[in-house]
Design a binder for this molecule. Structure first.
Ligand code: ADP
Ligand code: MG
Length: 305
């Protein structure tokens, strides 16, 4: 089986990790220098490096594998499961200075399970550290927030994002056509995991195929959207979207449009587009029919060009 690039190119050191914020990089370096971490809560979008940062810390702090427990809360989320697993682990004496529990996707834990966790964190705080990750910090109970240092991981900018994916391609011997690469970037940003995976699936014989050239069996409205937008076919994009998008994805579309504002042309056009997108998003939660609102927003956006 081919190696998964997301694993192969997961940075293991601070210098390999792309930081958005220099202050955060300095903070991470301080923990490494001091050989310790507080309890941490990493938040941010999917695929932007939360788990990677946790694993990087384990590596840089030279934590013994036997002192690390990884739990994905989206899979194990009953109160008893979580408490039993964690308590059994943290009550053993650590091999190194402390044990660490990486609780990925902690926002999937029920409030009860989170409350149980808080008790465990308190009881074992001298011998164990917790790193929690989540997409939605508002779904983590205040009692956990107050026991962890919050660390919000902002998305890296699109240029750095593109550079990171290009670097991987080049290391793999693929010289990407930049416009094609850009299409994948726009369809997946800011989810770096998704971008790396999608690009890997669409590489064949040393080249990066255009989205519909290969047959990966993965239908992705965002890829089709980027292609239509680039071709100026916004009306067609509207038809595609309104047919393909599930109601719970709609809000994401406004954010996605906003992240890719340069698809709309020069600065003046972009300003206009921002207004339409913001209006669309505000109305989204108010109107009776969000689908019509989305279609109307796209019609307005199409009128810009
Ligand atoms: N800041 C970053 N610097 C370099 N690579 C990154 C960064 N963030 C994510 N990646 C890449 O994206 C993949 C997914 O990141 P991951 O940490 O699993 O995301 P999540 O935030 O969902 O936990 C990693 O395997 C790595 O290859
Ligand atoms: Mg993760």
């Amino acid at each position: 089986m081919k190696d998964l690039w997301v694993e192969k190119y997961r940075p293991k050191t601070v210098d390999g990790y792309v930081f958005r914020d220099e202050a955060q990089k300095a903070q991470v370096k301080t923990w490494i220098k001091d050989k310790t971490i507080p309890h941490l809560l990493f938040s941010g979008n999917a695929g932007i490096g939360k788990t990677t940062l946790a694993k990087l810390l384990f590596n840089e702090l030279e934590i013994n594998d036997l002192d690390i427990l990884e739990i994905n809360a989206s899979r194990t989320n009953s109160v008893d499961d979580v408490r039993d697993k964690i308590v059994n682990f943290v009550q053993m004496i650590p091999f190194g200075d402390f044990k660490v529990v990486l609780l990925d996707e902690a926002d999937y834990l029920s409030p009860n399970a989170q409350a149980a966790l808080r008790g465990v964190m308190e009881e074992y705080h001298t011998t164990a550290r917790f790193i929690l990750t989540c997409n939605y910090p508002n779904r983590v109970i205040p009692a956990l927030h107050s026991r962890c240092q919050g660390f919000h991981i902002a998305k890296i900018d699109q240029t750095e994002f593109t550079a990171r994916v290009a670097e991987i391609l080049i290391t793999e011997g693929v010289t990407p056509d930049l416009d094609t690469l850009d299409t994948y970037v726009k369809a997946t940003y800011p989810d770096l995991r998704k971008c790396i995976n999608t690009v890997q699936m669409n590489c064949q014989d040393g080249s990066l195929l255009r989205p519909n050239e290969g047959d990966t069996g993965e239908a992705d409205w965002k890829l089709d959207m980027v292609e239509l937008f680039k071709a100026g076919k916004i009306q067609e994009a509207r038809k595609l979207l309104c047919g393909a998008v599930r109601p719970e994805e709609m809000e994401e579309i406004y954010r996605w449009l906003y992240d890719n504002i340069e698809l709309f042309g020069d600065d003046a056009n972009q300003d206009q587009a921002v207004l339409f997108i913001k209006q669309g998003l505000v109305d989204h939660t108010l109107v009776a029919d969000p689908e019509i609102n989305l279609a109307a927003t796209l019609i307005r956006l199409a009128s810009i060009k």
